[in-house]
Ligand binder design. Structure first.
Ligand code: ZN
Length: 465
C-alpha cells in the first residue's frame, strides 16, 4: 500500500543539504505515481530502459506542474523538440522545451504509467495515473493524440481525486443563488440545468447546485457516474440492469425521492422522459452548451416550448476569473464616473488592480517579479467564479412561449434583474477579488489589449537551437 518513503518536505528544507543527483530539485516536493487508473496495468519491468531514461524527468515535470498549481500540462512537438506548457489558472505558460528524443521518451513514459501502449503512436489513447503530491490524492488524466510523422501531442489534466470543493460557500456561490436553488427544489418538481464551455468547472458547479439542496428536508439520490468521487449527503442509486429511464424513475419514486442528480443530458429522448417526470421529481444535471441561452435553444428543440415553460426552473453557468494576488494587489480610489459606469454604489471607496511595474528606465527598481514571491509577479493567484442564472420567471416564461429569441431572453434577464456573468463579475471587482483589466481580458479574449499584453511567465526560457 505505502509507496517508497517520502522525505518530509519541512525536514528536507531545514536540512538544506543540496541534492546529490544534480537533476533533483531539493525545493520541489516530488510526486508519487501510484499506478494506472481504470483497472489498467503498466508493466514497468519489461520497459526498464524507458523507465531508466524517462521516469525521473517525467516525475520532475509533474512535480513542478503540481508545485505551480497547474491544472493541465501540454506536451507538443515543435521544431524537433517537445515543448512543455503548464496551464495555470487558465493561462498556458511555457515551462520547457526538451530535445526530441528525450521528449518522445517522456511521452512514452507517461503513457506507460497510465497503462497505455507506449509504442502505439498512431492511435489516440486516454488513461489516467493515480498520484499523490504533498499528501493530497490526485489523478492525472493522460490523453495522447497522433500529431503526424510519428509525433504525439499529450495533454495531462490534473484533478484532485477527492472532490473537496462541494459546498456552495467553497466556490463562492452567492447566498441568493443558493436560496433560489433551494426554493426550486422544494416542490419536488422542475428541472435545473448547469452548462458552460469545456474546462469551466461545469461538473463542480453541478455538484455545488446539488449541495444547495437542504439534505435534512429532502431526500437526494444520485444516478450519475461520479467516476469514484463521493457525494456527501446523497444516496447512491443503481438502476436495475435492463431498466430504462422510466422504470428507474418509477422505482425511485416509490422510495419517496425528492431530488435526482443525473448524468449530463445529451439526447432528446432522455430530455423528453425527464420533462415527463418533472411534475413529480426535481432534477439537477449538466447540459452540454456554452451558455444558458444556447442550452435553452437546445432544450426547446428537444422537448418543445410548452414542456420547457412547464418544467424548467433555471439554467446556471459560471466563468472562472483569475483572482488578484492578495500579497501584491494595489488599492486605488475609483472616480465617480467609473463607479457609475460599473453600476457600483457611489460610496465605494476602494477597488484593486495589479501592481504597476516600475518604469523601464529605472534600472535599480525591483521588478514586480522580485517584489512578490507569492505570485512571481503574475500577479494573479487562483481563480474565483462569476455566476449566471437564467431563471424561468413568469415574464421569462412569456418570452420563451413566444419562441425564445436569444436577444429577447437576454433583455428579459436584465429587466428581471437576474444574475448575469458580467454583472456578477463586477461584484467580484467590488469585493476586491479581481481587477477590471482581468474582467476585460476574460470577457474579450483576443480583444484589444489581451493579446498585446502577454502575461508574464516565470522566467525560464527554453534553450534554443
Ligand atoms: Zn503577488
Amino acid at each position: 500500500m505505502a509507496g517508497p518513503p517520502k522525505p518530509d518536505p519541512k525536514k528536507a528544507d531545514a536540512g538544506k543539504k543540496p541534492a546529490e543527483d544534480s537533476q533533483e530539485q531539493p525545493d520541489v516536493e516530488q510526486v508519487l505515481f501510484q499506478g494506472p487508473l481504470f483497472g489498467r496495468e503498466s508493466n514497468l519491468k519489461t520497459n526498464a530502459k524507458l523507465v531508466q531514461a524517462a521516469l525521473v524527468p517525467v516525475k520532475q515535470m509533474m512535480s513542478e506542474a503540481l508545485s505551480r498549481r497547474a491544472h493541465t500540462v501540454l506536451m507538443e512537438p515543435r521544431e524537433g523538440r517537445v515543448s512543455i506548457r503548464f496551464v495555470i489558472d487558465g493561462i498556458p505558460f511555457p515551462a520547457a522545451a526538451v530535445p526530441g528524443q528525450k521528449g518522445v521518451a517522456m511521452v512514452q513514459m507517461l503513457k506507460l504509467l497510465a497503462g497505455l501502449d507506449p509504442n502505439d503512436r498512431k492511435t489516440a489513447q486516454a488513461g489516467g495515473i493515480k498520484a499523490e503530491y504533498d499528501k493530497l490524492p490526485f489523478q492525472l488524466m493522460v490523453e495522447s493524440v497522433p500529431a503526424g510523422g510519428g509525433a504525439e501531442r499529450v495533454r495531462i489534466k490534473i484533478e484532485n481525486r477527492k472532490v473537496l470543493r462541494q459546498k456552495p460557500s467553497e466556490v463562492g456561490l452567492p447566498e441568493s443563488l443558493k436560496l433560489k436553488i433551494r426554493d426550486f427544489t422544494s416542490s419536488r418538481s422542475g428541472v435545473i440545468l448547469i452548462c458552460g464551455p469545456p474546462d469551466s468547472g461545469v461538473t463542480t458547479l453541478s455538484i455545488v447546485a446539488l449541495h444547495s439542496v437542504d439534505p435534512y428536508l429532502y431526500s437526494v439520490y444520485n444516478l450519475a457516474d461520479m467516476r469514484g468521487k463521493e457525494l456527501i449527503n446523497v444516496t447512491e442509486f443503481k438502476p436495475e440492469p435492463g431498466h430504462d429511464m422510466e422504470l428507474t424513475f418509477d422505482r425511485i419514486l416509490r422510495r419517496e425521492a425528492d431530488v435526482l442528480f443525473l448524468n449530463p443530458l445529451t439526447s432528446p429522448q432522455d430530455a423528453q422522459t425527464i420533462f415527463q417526470y418533472s411534475d413529480r421529481l426535481s432534477f439537477i444535471m449538466e447540459i452540454p452548451a456554452n451558455t444558458p441561452i444556447e442550452a435553452m435553444q437546445k432544450l426547446i428543440s428537444w422537448v418543445g416550448v410548452d414542456e420547457v415553460v412547464k418544467g424548467l426552473k433555471c439554467i446556471l453557468t459560471q466563468k472562472l476569473i483569475r483572482k488578484l494576488c492578495d500579497d501584491c494587489k494595489q488599492a486605488f480610489r475609483p472616480n465617480p464616473l467609473l463607479l457609475k459606469k460599473l453600476g457600483l454604489p457611489p460610496e465605494t471607496s476602494v477597488l484593486y488592480r495589479a501592481p504597476v511595474p516600475p518604469p523601464p528606465e529605472d534600472v535599480k527598481a525591483q521588478t514586480v517579479e522580485e517584489l512578490c514571491a507569492d505570485c512571481d509577479g503574475v500577479p494573479y493567484h487562483g481563480r474565483v467564479a462569476a455566476f449566471e442564472m437564467l431563471e424561468m420567471t413568469d415574464t421569462m416564461k412569456e418570452v420563451i412561449a413566444a419562441g425564445g429569441d436569444p436577444e429577447a431572453i437576454r433583455r428579459q434577464m436584465t429587466a428581471d434583474g437576474q444574475t448575469t456573468l458580467q454583472k456578477d463579475a463586477i461584484r467580484l471587482v467590488a469585493d476586491g477579488k479581481t481587477s477590471l483589466e482581468e474582467i476585460q481580458r476574460t470577457f474579450n479574449p483576443g480583444g484589444s489589449g489581451a493579446k498585446k499584453k502577454p502575461m508574464k511567465a516565470r522566467p525560464k526560457p527554453p534553450a534554443q537551437g
